[in-house]
Write a protein that binds this ligand. Structure first.
Ligand code: ATP
Ligand code: MG
Length: 565
């Protein structure tokens, strides 16, 4: 498996890594730029998701690699959807991913400058105040093949435009009554250049500018200028903005900005079995399908962090998927593969049993307890050791016992011998059942000559299972997660149905589990492995009375290929 993964990743690397670097290399070589300046420009209208992580790793990563700088710029021009809660969470997420913005900036800081530029365009006859309704504008926009129709207000005299625009700013009109539009070309082959809206009236308070403004610039009239103000050299965005690029350039040209940033588009990250747009994530949160933005099943950075993913594994994931010009969907299993790889090196091992069945060792003294030494992390040569308690009564995993096993089953079965990890060989002699026929206890005998899990007579057992001392352990709550959506594409729904219906009903399973005492003092967020079971972390819901753990991933790697069309 590991070899196969390596092959797929290596073959992929060549195509993806990376056309943006080629552009930067050329720009530095030609002297077009002395150093690069990038930015990550989120709109603070929700929590960041793993797709944003790709953009963060790309923008901050390139700046770092080329000795340049990367700003965080909040693209905050839609006050009704934005909030400081999101501004704060975005900064926390970026820091967690391991990046530090050169500057933290806000598009709203440029509102005065943008207003001045709008006035300049009006004066030069490049913008006009329009009083068509949105519906009329839509009606007159034309189609991809047919030209649009000019607004009856298009040739309003400059003086009148200036006056109306000022009155718009002063709050004299209602929302939707007037807009400021660029005067470009209603027959332009690119629909976006058919007299696009630059400003609209919105009588809402802004989380930073308060009630100073009641007109707000559109994305298109804000983004390029903000890039220019900050001296951005390479303005990297996702493919859906490709069609906006001519408009981005039109505004910079019309305003007369000489040092112009270059917009470069790359493919958005899509992941299987989840939804990624903030709009849909917000629906899951607001309608309480999940416990919050940081629900460990969410593809948000906050959710992934709480689930137990490491920032290193996310950065590695971003590196592995690379940067492409073609949209694609990446298997969620690749993300899981990355965290397994990282935690395999870092995580301490403990024993925990998720679905317990009791084992009584009939020939073990009733009042005796022992402590066995176990290596915390066999992958780390400096790893410490720990002591694990052992007594006459243990818990093992129910699935590690079979009453009538097939020949390939090498774990515990009647009359069969198995190794308890780091402890003893035991043999099962008797299966105790309740009236309904359910197994309640397994009576076993141990071989005292196999202390530490090795037989002095060279006798071998095929299976090793994990266990917990039933008389000296912790009862914990384990939260076991599956994909949030059953189908690879959650939007595969029939007419009239909603993606919510594709949610996996078993995406969260809560079980009472048992763990060795050594996990007692782990701090919330700390990752570890329950041997043979999976990687886990301590959830912040943990209290002094009860430890709560999240399963990050099982140990089984299901990753098969990186990219799907
Ligand atoms: P969403 O549709 O999820 O709300 P968005 O594009 O509206 O995403 P923004 O806050 O505007 O979110 O995005 C900030 C930056 O992150 C933009 O440059 C955007 O292109 C990038 N980005 C957003 N989603 C992805 C994704 N899935 N993959 C890569 N980059 C992304
Ligand atoms: Mg957006």
């Amino acid at each position: 498996m590991a070899e196969e993964i390596k092959k797929v990743l290596e073959s992929d690397e060549k195509s993806s890594s990376n056309f943006i670097k080629a552009i930067i290399d050329a720009d530095l070589e030609s002297g077009k730029h002395k150093a690069i300046q990038t930015r990550f420009p989120p709109e603070p209208n929700g929590y960041l998701h793993i797709g944003h992580a790709k953009s963060i790793c790309l923008n901050f990563g390139l700046a770092k690699q080329y000795g340049g700088k990367c700003n965080l710029r909040f693209d905050d021009t839609n006050p009704e959807k934005e909030d400081v809660e999101y501004v704060d969470s975005i900064q926390e997420d970026i820091a967690w991913l391991g990046f530090k913005p050169d500057k933290v900036l806000y598009a709203s800081s440029y509102f005065d400058q943008l207003y001045e530029w709008a006035v300049k365009l009006i004066k030069e006859g490049k913008a006009f105040v329009c009083q068509q309704t949105l519906d009329e504008m839509r009606r007159d926009r034309g189609t991809a093949t047919g030209a649009g129709k000019e607004s009856p207000w298009r040739n309003r005299p400059v003086e009148e435009n200036l006056e109306l625009f000022e009155r718009m700013k002063n709050g004299e009109f209602n929302e939707g009554e007037y807009m400021l539009r660029a005067k470009i070309d209603m027959a332009h082959p690119n629909v976006l250049l058919r007299d696009p809206v630059m400003y609209r009236i919105r009588k809402v308070e802004h989380h930073r500018t308060g009630n100073k403004w009641c007109i707000y610039p559109t994305y298109d009239f804000t983004h390029g200028q903000s890039d220019a103000i900050e001296g951005i050299t390479h303005s990297i965005c996702t493919l859906e903005f490709e069609a906006h690029r001519p408009l981005y350039e039109w505004f910079l040209e019309a305003i007369g900005i000489e040092k112009r940033p270059q917009q470069i588009e790359f493919a958005r990250l899509n992941l299987t079995n989840t939804v990624m747009s903030k709009r849909f994530l917000k629906k899951l949160v607001e309608e309480k399908y999940v416990s919050g933005w940081d629900d460990p099943r969410m593809p948000t950075i906050a959710g992934i962090r709480r689930r137990g993913y490491t920032p290193e594994s996310i950065r590695d994931f971003a590196e592995k998927i690379g940067v492409a010009k073609r949209n694609s969907t990446v298997e969620l299993a690749l993300l899981e593969h990355c965290v397994r790889e990282d935690l395999n090196k870092k995580a301490d091992r403990f024993m925990g049993v998720l679905d317990p069945v009791k084992v009584v060792i009939t020939n073990y003294p009733d009042d005796k307890t022992e402590e066995f030494e176990a290596i915390n992390n066999p992958e780390d040569e400096n790893s410490a050791k720990r002591l694990v308690s052992f007594s006459k009564e243990l818990f093992i995993e129910r699935e590690d016992f079979m009453e009538n096993p097939p020949s390939k089953f090498h774990r515990l079965a009647p009359g069969k011998e198995v190794r308890l990890r780091a402890a003893y060989y035991i043999t099962c002699d008797e299966v105790v059942k309740d009236a309904a026929g359910n197994i309640v206890e397994l009576h076993c005998t141990y071989d005292p000559e196999t202390r530490g899990g090795w037989s002095s007579d060279g006798r071998k057992v095929k299976g090793t299972i994990h266990w917990v001392d039933a008389r000296n352990c912790l009862k914990i709550e384990a939260r076991l997660y599956e994909n949030l959506f059953e189908m690879e594409d959650p939007f595969e729904v029939e007419e009239g149905h909603d993606f919510i219906e594709n949610m996996n009903k078993n995406s969260l399973k809560v079980v009472e589990a048992y763990a060795e005492n050594n996990i007692r003092n782990l701090k919330p967020g700390k990752q570890f492995q329950f041997e043979r079971v999976g990687y886990f972390c301590i959830d912040p819901d943990t209290t002094p009375e009860k430890i709560v753990v999240n399963r990050i991933v099982t140990l089984k790697d299901t990753f098969s290929k990186t990219l799907k069309n």
